[in-house]
Design a binder for this molecule. Sequence first.
Ligand SMILES: *Cc1c(COP(=O)(O)O)cnc(C)c1O
Length: 435
Amino acid sequence: MKKTKIMLDENDIPGKWYNILPDMPTPLSPPLNPATNEPVGPQDLAAIFPMELIKQEMSQDRFIPIPDEIREIYRSWRPSPMYRAHKLEAVLKTPAKIYYKYEGVSPAGSHKPNTAIAQAYYNMKEGKERLATETGAGQWGSALALATTMFGLKCSVYMVKISFQQKPYRKSLMQLWGADVVASPSALTQSGKKMLEKYPDSPGSLGIAISEAVEDAATHDNTNYALGSVLNHVMLHQTVIGLEAKEQLAQVEEYPDYIIGSVGGGSNFAGISFPFLMDKLKGSKDVTAIAVEPDACPTLTAGEFRYDFGDTAGLTPLLKMYTMGHEYVPPEIHAGGLRYHGDSPIVSQLYADRVIDAVAYRQTEVFEAAVTFARSEGIVPAPESSHAIKCAIDKALECKKTGEEKIILFNLSGHGHFDMGSYDSYFSGDMKDLN
Ligand SMILES: *Cc1c(COP(=O)(O)O)cnc(C)c1O
């Protein structure tokens, strides 16, 4: 019988996260303290992160148990469905089989709650009362607002001012889940005040918002900081996606030739691909994993692999990663979640070692793919996720030429219900390819 949705039972939610660190061909370069150039130790991070997350950040254990309290909350939307894209395949007339894992079913509408729930949990366990974070487009802020409300924590979100004004409904969603949302730069922190004195009309940036959230956490004992991507523990938490995907494909007796994910900081790509890369690194399977980025912020395909700051102000430890330079301000493309100057150090090292591939696309071709997808499969994709769709369509069209029946798996990281303004811009014909 032809299957469209491949489902797992609630009791099949993975019991462990997969940690790729011990399986990497080149060990990860450690984060460095910018003042001393020495590797950062656990104590340096303890001012803003709970000890359990610091341990996960550095762990060499291949599998790390998922606490029951986290799995209980995952039950609200996990295991997430996997779809076979029969209707898209028919439109493309491809012999390839296209599968996608749909993370838009979470209450916040993306994969980000997979780590937000875990981060809120460990902070609650270690007695913290509040989390501070930044958000650009609002996806991460809404995921953390959801997670903190589940564990009875307070949440302060520094939202880039221009998004605060342009994306009022993401802000409303965060407030609905009990978060305090302030436009950044704000008068609540020294870094915000300094910026406002110099540039009273500053539209804000992710870099400034990170500085404000870190400062808030560092100066309040009851408060920690949370980051939605880039760090090793975030990649770890997202592996529930790929672990489930492996079970789902096994149900239909398939194994992917291609695994595709969009890359901002690297977490949804890591989530879907790392559990399969485990087999590749062991030498038991061959699979091509493709990280897809916007050509307006082509970190992997055109950046440099070197130590750089995680934020614009230069307050964070130095991370060895592909970077456009920490002062690079990407053009205002609609896929706000992909506008980050750097990338996950793990994803970066895997790319440097050519364990994974990367490709960059222009925003109009990405929206064209999004429309093809919405008109065949029905689901409205987020602009970020549509980068993965574009790549999957390209691979399927290659198969049409060669007649090969390849198995393509991509991660549909979120829905686009809050992105109608971007679709309007595409249909009005005035969307530009910015780079
Ligand atoms: C944040 C976001 C991304 C990019 O972040 P990663 O850490 O690279 O996954 C991609 N898709 C959606 C829907 C997002 O919200």
